[in-house]
Design a binder for this molecule. Sequence first.
Ligand code: APR
Length: 229
Amino acid sequence: MSRTDRIVVLSGAGLSAESGLGTFRDVAGLWTRYDLNEVATPEGFARNPNLVHDFYNARRANMAAAAPNAAHAALARLSTRPGVTLVTQNVDDMLERAGARNVIHMHGELSGALCAACTTRWPAPPVMAPDDPCPACGVSATRPDVVWFGEMPYRMDEIETVLSRADLFVSIGTSGTVYPAAGFMELAREAGARTLELNLEASGGHFDEVREGPASETVPVWVAEILGT
Ligand code: APR
């Protein structure tokens, strides 16, 4: 068994698919039903903030009604092990509700609100609207605290640091099509890490090992191997 002292796990929408939260590019995925340019770009928000808030209000309601699945619970168990970093592209709170701590949400969180005028952050109410005043500056420039296309993902310095030191990089439930996350496997490999993909079907990336199947099955089995349980 090669070293697994330092593990970086990257997750995507496939991790939460079995919790009923949609993926983006599967059949009936979110981007097959909404135009991402209208609901997930700063330009779309400027054009029609009501539409964008409605989109995220609906996703926030879905999230509230959903429950973590066995994959979230397994990653929560893994997250207590020293040397493990959970990075997710997901904006849902399933990992936290499963008990995980210090999850790096590189695309932000549905549970967060952000003032575009003064950058104050606060817990998002269930329903947000364009004329909500910022609790700090009072300006009506509130937005979901999520990263849109064309914006810089959060905490990239921390992510690049852990990737540069990783012994093992694991990609779970992501199509590996959106950068910079899509480049993380190569960054880890260049640093000498082994690479593993746990996905419904192989995404086509050049991983050292690929295990196909639903995350609720593949992730608990892999975590049990790592924890020796
Ligand atoms: N178990 C494991 N993997 C699954 C499951 C499942 N039950 N269901 C689907 N998948 C896989 C699909 O095979 C696909 O490879 O999850 C992946 C989902 O891919 P996408 O829909 O592209 O989602 P993701 O990779 O997270 O998208 C990345 O794109 O739109 C942006 O910001 C958005 O964070 C998102 C980013």
